[in-house]
Ligand binder design. Sequence first.
Ligand code: EPZ
Length: 416
Amino acid sequence: MQKLAIQGGFRLNGEVRISGAKNAALPIMCASLLAADDLHLDNLPDMHDVKTMVRLLQQMGVRVAEQVQGATFNAAQLDKLEAPYDMVKTMRAAILVLGPLVARFGEARVSLPGGCAIGSRPVDLHIKGLQAMGAEIHIEHGYIHATAKRLHGAHICFDLISVTGTENLMMAAALADGVTVLENAAREPEVVDLANCLIAMGAKIEGAGTDKITIIGVEKLHGAQHRVMPDRIESGTFLVAAAATGGRITLTDARADILDNVLDKLRETGARVEVAGDRITLEMNGRPRAVNVRTAPYPAFPTDMQAQFMALNTIAEGGSIVVETIFENRFMHVQELQRLGAQIEIEGNTAVINGCEHLEGASVMATDLRASASLVIAGMVAQGETMVDRIYHLDRGYEHIEAKLSALGAKIRRVS
Ligand code: EPZ
């Protein structure tokens, strides 16, 4: 079991390159199943979930030629239309092979994802949508077994906003017979990046990025080249870290236009934030001011940034309220932050934080991806050494995070 040993009290200074977005790369890799030609992806991040998705596609028969920060996927010949439990249980995003497999091959067997640390996270909306498009679906022995002669277009209104639900059905609709309208669709930038890749492959999609997406199905899709968008959550994570430790950092290869709400919140803490093209600079002198956050679907404040801002609030000036409206159990980092001396009270989906002058280094345990990032940020501001255990959670969704943070001046090293 690897751990991160962090010495607190060091300001962050310098430049850091933002990697490709995990939550765009994962659905886009699954889009390769929709065509029999090469799909070449650039700017793929080097992180565990991407490696897991490559393995999942390869065990189905997709040929993957990996290059530096990219890969070429070819799904011309598949020998297995299945996503097995041992791979799905470690990565919920594996559900994203369901729509493409049913759309192109008329069949799929995908293990139910099961719950995870941050909540039950059902896939009922994915299933309902495919049934509306004509798929026959049976749940047996923990697997979703879907069959369809050929999917047909449908008018689908989501009961609630689902990012991968929108992505799965958009991919399925791309090859369906007729027109599909997705209402109450997710507007996340990663949905737009997937749509742009599908359009490059020949799909007919309008409205991605709005809550109404219209897809006109085509007979076949062809190969394409696509560069994965920058990771807005990695961007936000580094910016919050610098706002908490103090210092001056510049993100490169980043996109500010998809971070409006997060940048506004950072300015509220007293940080100075400047944008110049694909560079975002944040400067913080002195102690941050506490900020209230309430998570909601894009373009509101992202749930994937909640834990990071909570870490900042624990040492900020004043009190703050953090409300988590997306997942029913995304406060796993609270008890670990309390071990560092943070003053946090939880009432249902609301956390009330009283900012302290200092945190004290301690041993803490990561429970999920963004909770891990929150503990790293807290460790960088706590007095003394903080040891973060179970950092495989962190490695799932951040590319070489301790190397990037060390290059900015953090005292952080990986120990076994
Ligand atoms: C995506 O997860 C992201 N993952 C998550 O990022 C992110 O937190 C989440 O969207 C919300 O923005 C990827 O894109 C790979 P949802 P997803 O379907 O699609 C409920 C990270 O840290 N729901 O938008 O799984 C669900 O339980 C990860 O990078 C249903 O009830 O989330 C949740 O409460 C964590 N039925 C809410 O909707 C369904 O069929 C939003 O979930 C689907 C979802």
